[in-house]
Design a protein around this ligand. Sequence first.
Ligand SMILES: Nc1ncnc2c1ncn2[C@@H]1O[C@H](COP(=O)(O)OP(=O)(O)OP(=O)(O)O)[C@@H](O)[C@H]1O
Length: 250
Amino acid sequence: MAEPLLQATGLSKSFGSVQALEDIDVTLHEGTIHGIVGPNGAGKTTLLSVMSGYLLPNAGTVQLRGRDITGLTPQRRVPLGVVRTFQNIRLFGGLSVLENVMIGQHAHARTGLSSLLPFRTASDRRLLAEAKDTLELFDLARYGKRPVSQLPYGVQKQLEMARAMATRPKVLLLDEPAAGMTTEGRGQLSTRIRRLRDEGVSVVIVEHDMDVIAKVCDEVTVLNFGRRIMHGEPLEVLSSAEVRTAYLGT
Ligand SMILES: Nc1ncnc2c1ncn2[C@@H]1O[C@H](COP(=O)(O)OP(=O)(O)OP(=O)(O)O)[C@@H](O)[C@H]1O
């Protein structure tokens, strides 16, 4: 089998006496979507934070195409193609939708912040055109000039993903992207995530919505109390008695 794109091996992380992760392995293969599920407090966000560089593990490694990136900050990972979104939206509320996407591009293109100011050079104009394309892709073009803080929650969630995509990642780590979305919004989200995979982006998705997980994932890892209790294909995992007991309480 091909070399894994992103590989977490033996990850452990504790906060004081709380063992949030214990000896966790997760392999993300290129061109796939890997779901992380489990009950509240199972360690899902902690895992995403370690994989994206926001937290250092107490033990274990994270490798990108075989290169050890465990100690790299999130900022150092972005140019390598690893980027995440957050459970609680972290956008620049006072800036417009377009400006937020251009900040994502800045992380990729490493341009000066002047590229956010009036567009003078050909490369500035190219970045502006690309930002507009990204907004089209995420159905956000009509909100381009609106300050983010005035937009509905579901739109802000989409924008967070659009901004992450503007960094042109190879690996996109999504933390509960469907939370707070309408049924229609969740359907669109699933379609969009599958499209990203088809365009070559590999995805790790933490999500409580099992419909989204079943629709988009190629593989699913289940955590409970910081441990991996199962890993497999979505249907197999979601119908497992152990997972239902742990996760659904049935
Ligand atoms: N910064 C922190 N300081 C102390 N404890 C933490 C911290 N972050 C997480 N924890 C604890 O680690 C455990 C795992 O938390 P985590 O947020 O990773 O779970 P989760 O599966 O993402 O939960 P949820 O589905 O509710 O978001 C929990 O017991 C949580 O209280």
